[in-house]
Write a protein of this length. Structure first.
Lengths: 221, 202
């Protein structure tokens, strides 16, 4: 095999792998550099900049048909990355309080929120909703239905798409092994955060959270 | 008696000692009041403020209703506690997280409204000054949820001014009561159904 033929085979294999990896994800149409920069800026605007504190009315549809209604207080910071989350009953009884910076610290956990799995999962969901994925996107462009999209590779088998729709809504989607795992849909509101956020987790046990904003405060240290 | 106390420059509270508190509350059949609840947490820049109303009828019926920020109603009647939470599609019964703890809190409130602050063996109650009651859970497991409760009695017999529930040193819930009506009639349906309020109320 000549050197050029070997290079072509490697490229073909890479191309096939890329196609396989992107199956199930919307096709991203490449745009010129100027439009790509504008798209990346639009994608970054989806996430709160700096340090913010949100209080939400949370309606949770959990696996097994269970429903829960909670008040969630979330403090998020993107530089450095830090999450402080408190979940309480609507009457104000604190059921869960945890902080995640370089490590996870659980300050308080009351049944049914007293497992480490719940704490890790909750922090992961909050990170997904409020914090921009690490690093620069692997690509930025538009989807076939006209959404601006920035694609981030977050691990070997996971990709996050941040999409800004023409109707001023945005979507954040996470794909793992070609399948949609988690999705956020909300309205862009850079001043104070979205009034409503819908979060859907598909796997391993599906659940849905509807978040209604009670208050948003930017924190300036 | 109150006049004598007034001239002696002692507040005419219904406090002083447990017997006096019980005695002053003995005639209470119904109470209704508005309340403002502040949730304080170390993390919170501003407290979360909830507004609502409650209705009590002796011996053990209670309606605890929040108007904002989330509409919800807790009903305690005939020994049963139910929670209903408002949403875009109306009120829906919810037996979700924390209901069991709230059931204990509601049962405790009905005792207080009858002037019974020492009757629950799960708490150690002490009277500080004339009108402040401090309750500390005896059970270690429960004290992880609630560390202590402070109740400030009003000068008006039967009326509680504030209740503060401490979950930790910097995490507490303060409830202030106002527009308190005693023995002015509270209809039965308030405790049986979520849809009705007292006649004449908006």
């Amino acid at each position: 095999m000549t050197r050029s033929k070997a290079q072509s085979s490697v490229l073909l294999l890479l191309g096939m792998l890329l196609l396989t990896a992107c199956a199930g994800m919307p096709r991203m149409i490449a745009v010129d550099t100027a439009l790509a920069s504008k798209t990346i800026k639009a994608c970054e605007n989806v996430f709160p900049d700096g340090k913010w504190q949100f209080a939400h009315d949370i309606e949770a549809n959990l696996p097994g048909g269970r429903d829960a209604r909670l008040i969630g207080v979330t403090e998020v910071s993107n530089h450095p990355k830090r999450i402080h989350a408190v979940m309480m009953t609507i009457e104000g009884l604190v059921l869960f309080d945890a902080l995640e910076d370089d490590k996870l610290t659980i300050n308080r956990s009351v049944a049914p929120f007293d497992s480490i799995g719940f704490a890790k999962g909750l922090m992961e969901d909050i990170r997904f909703i409020f914090l921009k994925p690490d690093g620069a996107p692997m690509g930025a462009g538009i989807t076939e239905n006209g959404f601006e999209v920035c694609r981030y590779r977050v691990s070997d088998d996971a990709v996050i798409d941040v999409m800004v729709r023409p109707d001023r809504m945005f979507e954040i989607r996470q794909y793992g092994n070609e399948r949609l795992i988690r999705k956020v849909v909300a309205e862009l509101n850079p001043g104070s955060g979205p009034e409503k956020i819908t979060f859907t987790a598909q796997e391993p046990a599906g659940y849905r959270l509807n978040l209604r904003l009670i208050s948003a405060e930017q924190i300036t240290d | 008696m109150c006049i004598v106390f007034f001239f002696m420059a002692v507040p005419c509270a219904w406090g002083g000692d447990w017997d006096r508190i019980r005695e002053k509350a003995i005639d209470i059949q119904t109470i209704s009041a508005q309340f403002v609840q502040e949730k304080h947490l170390e993390i919170l820049i501003k407290p979360i403020v909830s507004k609502g109303a409650f209705y009590f009828r002796a011996p053990g019926s209670l309606r605890w209703e929040y108007f904002s920020p989330i509409q919800s109603i807790l009903l305690m009647h005939n020994g049963r506690v139910r929670r209903f939470i408002g949403s875009e599609s109306g009120f829906k019964e919810n037996a979700g997280p924390g209901l069991q703890a709230m059931e204990m809190v509601l049962q405790e409130i009905t005792l207080w409204l009858k002037g019974e602050f020492t009757d629950n063996p799960n708490y150690h109650s002490s009277l500080e000054g004339d009108n402040k009651i401090v309750m500390v859970p005896r059970n270690k497991a429960f004290s992880k949820i609630i560390q202590k409760i402070e109740i400030l009695l009003s000068d008006r017999p039967g009326v509680i001014e504030t209740v503060t529930i401490y979950e930790g040193k910097t995490s507490f819930t303060k409830i202030r009561f106002r527009d308190v009506n005693i023995n002015q009639g509270v209809v039965d349906t308030l405790f049986e159904s979520i849809s009705l309020r007292n006649p004449g109320e908006s």
